[in-house]
Write a protein that binds this ligand. Structure first.
Ligand code: CDP
Ligand code: MG
Length: 738
């Protein structure tokens, strides 16, 4: 035993300076046996022999990548080979043997709940089954919603490939600011938010024969609202088939909600997964991830690793650390291919995670919880789960909305672990203790509808003519407080009148696929004659991650570059400045590179901007440019949309929100960090170490009365020192005051 254990350990000592200690606590049973002999991806001797025999087969093993052998391989053309490969792949999916039964069940029932483990083929196969069974006759479409943008795109691409059609033709997708469909599209994947928008133009979903509400277990805000809407439609469109598809757990609940609809269960197939916990809590889970990846890489047989992180920033940090560490280790270790996946990653990069791992190498995928259930990546044997996800949280009492890194639920943790058992027996390393799992994790996550601001959804429902929101058919109703606050805020914005009815402004606001505040800001820009600039700002704000690139090894340069973009007035104007300078270079990549700007984010901002600009035409807002020397108009338009995100400087030199008197802070990255303006408007509040306001702009309190006289009472804006101050003042003013 000793001898066997020592060999990898030696190697291990050689390369790693620190380690994370794990204890195995339990096994998640699978329904499949894992026969160790069938693995050609191990390190052991037995497996090496096997490797020789199979040397031509470069891909990971398992039923999914079954290939042809021998002569037949050479005879078939690449195209036929591909088709054959796809067919074999489809046949291997758990849903495959149920095709006929499933179609029959769909013919027999109007509403059907489909439950099957992640990776069983629900999302990619069921629409194809329907397509081949006549559900697209008479030019009808099959719709399938996805909670995530990335999933909608990637799944559509996959299905187009399986059907050997060009993406955007028979198979397409539609996500916010991007429509990849055509007249010919029969299978349409879309985000749940996009389907909600479609109700505005096609309230009976008349062009669809089947609507699949997929990933229902995710319980996103939009999916939850869709439940109520499609349930209603199914009553008067008897020919519409409704499928509610979910990974696990909630099937009964969905069935009850849909008046006792039958449940179709696809039996899962999964290999067992060993679960490990850390011996002690980890102080820095990013670092623990990096160490654990390397630990697996040098001690464990080949097989890909999936790491769950909370967002792009963490993923990039982790990627940099891993690159640095592996570079240092050089040829002492096997090749480690590091691949990120998150919502804003461009699609050509996303596709990479599905490419097979080259022989002798190992893939490590750094993912957000998109890989929890929405995307299935083959070949994963190891999962590293720090146990966190970013979650929206909203306090209706204070009106504070924040994105907080929160511990995941037990249900999520188990979904994550399950990702390791798809192709063979796997291992899941949880970067928290067994005690923590048992005592600190909730059983299930709180549905989004109960913890977010409902402004945009309420506006949308109102525009669909649903006036009595309190009696809307919710699977789980949102807190009444949150609903009331949303109504109040929409009233303050002028989108609703005092009877709660949609106003003309409200209707125009609902035409733009952005939050009510942003849409109000855009519409207000008409009055202030600065729509060109405001649309750019809205687009830059919608690219919800920083456009500034800050690699660790060049942090100082990056910060200098960022500061070079600073202009008076606030971060919105800095964003505008970045965009305008970039536009002047004719959208140059090189320019981005030289100025530490993320080209990808900029490109997306440009797309969003183009889309918004064309929508403005529809709501008849002319595109006009502001006076270059005075940014007051722009800041007033921002104020018109975001007036309830106002904070003021306190005597003590800190900030408090005006309405709720919550203590908040200027983010250190803000161009106003050292300025301390008296009144600011923030775009969002993020809680990291403190409540930080992100993207702030300096305003004058009198504007608040100008744009929202009904919202701000005189006294709230009382400010004895609120005189117009000279430009360019710095800290001195505050110091004087103290
Ligand atoms: O929806 P469900 O989780 O039941 O499964 P699915 O997403 O339909 O995935 C079925 C199979 O398609 C898996 O083996 C995936 O790896 C594969 N797939 C893929 O290769 N590329 C994609 N973009 C999406 C799925
Ligand atoms: Mg799916």
């Amino acid at each position: 035993r000793d001898a066997r254990a020592r060999e990898p350990e030696k190697k291990y000592d050689l390369v790693l300076d620190d380690t994370v200690e794990f204890v195995q606590a339990m096994k998640m049973p699978g329904t499949l046996e894992s026969s160790s002999g069938s693995e050609d991806d191990g390190d052991g001797k037995k497996k090496k022999k096997k490797k020789k025999k199979k040397s031509k087969e470069k891909k990971a093993d398992g039923p999914v990548s079954a290939r042809l052998e021998g002569d037949a391989e050479r005879v078939l053309s690449a195209r036929e080979k591909k088709a054959k490969e796809i067919e074999e792949c489809q046949r291997s999916l758990p849903v495959f043997p149920f095709k006929e039964d499933l179609i029959q069940a769909i013919r027999d029932h109007q509403v059907l709940i489909i439950e099957g483990e992640t990776g069983s083929g629900k999302t990619t196969q069921i629409p194809q089954f329907l397509y081949h069974s006549g559900f697209c006759d008479n030019d009808m479409k099959i719709g399938c919603t996805q909670p995530r943008r990335v999933a909608a795109m990637s799944v559509a691409a996959r299905v187009a490939e399986e059907l050997a059609v060009k993406l955007g033709n028979e198979v397409g997708y539609s996500i916010r600011f991007e429509d990849c469909t055509s007249e010919r599209t029969r299978i349409k994947y879309m985000t749940d938010g996009m389907l909600l928008r479609e109700f505005l133009s096609e309230p009976d979903l008349g062009s669809y024969s089947v609507m699949i509400i997929d990933e229902a277990h995710e319980r996103t805000l939009h999916t939850d609202v869709l439940f109520g809407l499609v349930k209603d439609i199914a009553r008067f469109r008897k020919d519409l088939k409704l499928l509610i598809s979910s990974a696990t757990l909630d099937a009964e609940k969905f069935a009850d909600f849909f008046d006792g609809a039958p449940i179709f269960r696809i039996p899962g197939r999964r290999y067992p997964v060993d679960i490990y916990y850390t011996k002690a809590p980890e102080a820095d889970y990013i670092d623990a991830c990096v160490v654990t990846v390397l630990q697996i890489h040098v001690t464990q047989p080949l097989g890909d690793i999936l790491v769950f992180l909370t967002g792009q920033e963490e993923i990039e940090t982790c990627q940099e650390l891993l690159l640095e560490r592996t570079r240092r280790l050089g040829s002492k270790i096997k090749e480690l291919i590091i691949l990120p996946i998150y919502a804003n990653l461009p699609s050509e990069m996303q596709a990479k995670i599905f490419e097979p791992t080259p022989p002798g190498a190992r893939k490590v995928i750094l993912a957000t919880n998109i890989a929890e259930t929405s995307l299935t990546i083959d070949g994963i044997i190891y999962v590293i789960d720090p146990g966190f996800a970013k979650q929206n949280s909203y306090n209706a009492r204070t009106g504070m909305e924040s994105l907080i890194v929160t511990p995941v639920s037990k249900a999520s943790a188990n979904q994550r672990a399950g990702r390791a058992g798809r192709v063979a027996a796997g291992k899941c390393f949880r970067l928290y203790t067994a005690w923590s799992y048992a005592h600190e994790l909730e059983d299930n996550a709180v549905p989004e509808i109960q913890r977010v601001n409902l402004g945009s959804v309420v506006l949308l429902l109102k525009s669909l003519g649903i006036d009595d929101l309190l009696s809307f058919d919710f699977l789980d109703p949102p807190p009444q407080e949150t609903l009331m606050l949303a109504l109040e805020q929409l009233y303050a914005l002028g989108g609703l009148n005092h009877r709660g009815e949609l106003t003309t402004l409200g209707r125009r606001m609902s035409e733009l696929p952005v939050d009510p505040q942003l849409s109000k800001m855009i519409i207000a820009s008409e009055k202030y004659h600065c729509s060109e600039e405001v649309v750019t700002i809205a687009a830059m704000l919608s690219v919800n991650n920083s456009v500034f690139y800050r690699p660790k090894d060049k942090a100082v340069h990056a910060d200098t570059a960022r500061k070079n973009f600073f202009v008076p007035g606030g971060d919105h104007l800095v964003l505008l400045n970045v965009y305008e300078q970039w536009a002047e270079t004719d959208f140059s990549t090189q320019w981005c590179y030289e100025n530490f700007i993320q080209y990808r984010s900029m490109k997306r901002a440009r797309d969003v901007r183009d889309q918004l600009a064309s929508m403005l035409e529809r709501i008849e807002v002319p595109l006009v440019s502001a006076n270059k020397d005075d940014n007051t108009a722009i800041r007033k338009a921002i104020t018109a949309g975001f007036f309830y995100h106002t904070a003021r400087l306190t005597k003590a030199g800190g900030y408090q929100t005006v309405k709720q008197s919550q203590t908040v802070h200027i983010h250190p990255n803000s161009c106003l960090f050292e300025d301390l303006p008296r009144w600011v408007i923030y775009f969002e509040l993020v809680f990291t170490t403190k409540e930080f306001m992100r993207q702030i702009v300096e305003i004058e309190s009198v504007w608040l009365r100008e744009v929202a006289p009904h919202y701000y009472k005189g006294k709230e804006l009382d400010d004895s020192t609120n005189k117009k101050m000279p430009k360019g003042r710095g800290k001195s003013k505050v110091e004087l005051e103290r």
